[in-house]
Design a protein around this ligand. Structure first.
Ligand SMILES: Nc1ncnc2c1ncn2[C@@H]1O[C@H](COP(=O)(O)OP(=O)(O)OP(=O)(O)O)[C@@H](O)[C@H]1O
Ligand SMILES: [Mg+2]
Length: 345
């Protein structure tokens, strides 16, 4: 089934249109699904409106960098929008110029000296891009070094299921997200070599935190993350079959958050009985221990040092001075004992 929404929007200055069109043609020859204003806006269509819609619709964004484009307000706006919408961005350096600040951390394909090697680099980047729909990390993660290590070890082991368990608010989701982002950063960096951190081609996040999580939801989330959104329309059994097929094509990390609230037995079955070859590692957060045959990391309260740092950070974040609480050792001890070191408290 063809990938939908999988288009790459090409942003360029009209003054570079010759290069842009050549690149567009070459990408199409390689079956890369692109959208470019010059070819894809029909006669009579409103130019601005068409560009705006395409920009919204396309999942990925390619920008042709040159002195012309970095001085174009339109290209600048398009870059801002792509960054804001967290699109996957492929910078293409057409002519030497100062790379816009927001793009500096992204690896670019250099076409300035040799077109063919630039194209080769770009195609590799496009075809190997990691698929992911992870929530952002919105906290300053503290401590838990041993636990992080243990989760990484689980991901490296022969176990397909790794569970993080512990009571509510102890920090299971935060830990899972921290580890997943470490793996993501490694996966996105081709030069990164560290055998202790696993790389994946896709990161799928499902959560039963605020809602009932059915097998249908899990399958839909997988289909969307792997960029087969049309599969979500299929009847359940057919959907399951197709999703499993695509799951086997890639090395995936599937995260199921708050497994303890999952009541649909089919979810459990799906995770436990993924057919071979099983490229999927499943990372589960769970308040209870109800999964056998899993690599288990149990979370307890934070250490006193970690708790101290957390309190300080929280105080800073909320703009309150919590020094009084932690300055008096007896006071802090009392607080620490009462909360058992649970970060939520
Ligand atoms: N290592 C950490 N560093 C900083 N903050 C943390 C850490 N662990 C947890 N927290 C904070 O504590 C709160 C609770 O953590 P989290 O949501 O991860 O708990 P949980 O075990 O997943 O809870 P639940 O069982 O309710 O899902 C969050 O607001 C998070 O920001
Ligand atoms: Mg949680």
């Amino acid at each position: 089934m063809a990938r939908q929404n999988k288009k790459i929007f090409i942003s360029y200055s009209d003054k570079d249109k010759e290069f842009a069109l050549q690149l567009a043609n070459d990408l199409r020859l390689e079956e890369v699904n692109i959208w470019i204003a010059k070819l894809d806006i029909a006669a009579g269509e409103k130019w601005d409106r068409a560009i705006e819609e395409a920009l919204k619709f396309c999942k990925d964004f390619l920008v042709i960098l040159s002195p012309n484009s970095i001085n174009s307000d339109n290209v600048r706006d398009e870059i801002d929008f792509a960054v804001q919408e967290k699109k996957r961005i492929f910078p293409v350096l057409h002519k030497k110029c100062e790379i816009p600040f927001r793009l500096r951390r992204i690896e670019y394909s250099d076409f300035t000296s040799d077109y063919d090697s630039g194209l080769k680099h770009l195609l590799k980047a496009i075809k190997s891009a990691v698929l992911e729909k992870l929530p952002d990390k919105d906290i300053d993660f503290i401590g838990r070094e041993d636990e992080i290590k243990r989760v990484h070890e689980g991901l490296k082991s022969d176990y397909n299921i790794i569970t993080i368990d512990g009571m509510g608010g102890i920090g299971k989701t935060s830990l899972a997200l921290e580890v997943a982002h470490e793996c993501l950063a490694a996966s996105q960096n081709p030069t990164f070599v560290n055998n202790d951190v696993q790389k994946f081609e896709a990161f799928i996040w499902t959560s039963a935190k605020d809602r009932e999580l059915t097998i249908n939801d899990v399958l839909d989330t997988i289909a969307r993350t792997l960029e087969y959104p049309l599969l979500t329309r299929l009847p359940l059994e057919e959907k399951r079959h197709e999703v499993v097929k695509h799951l086997q094509e890639k090395r995936c990390l599937l995260i199921v958050d708050n497994f303890e609230t999952v009541t649909d037995d089919a979810v459990r079955d799906f995770i436990l009985k993924l057919p071979e070859p099983n490229n999927v590692k499943c990372l589960i957060t769970n308040r209870v221990q109800n999964l056998e045959k899993a690599w288990t990391v149990s979370l307890r309260g934070m250490t006193e040092d970690e708790a101290l740092l957390l309190i300080k950070n929280e105080g800073d974040r909320l703009g309150i001075n919590l020094d009084a609480l932690v300055a008096d050792e007896r006071n802090f001890q009392h607080f620490y004992d009462a909360t058992g070191g649970a970060p939520l408290a």
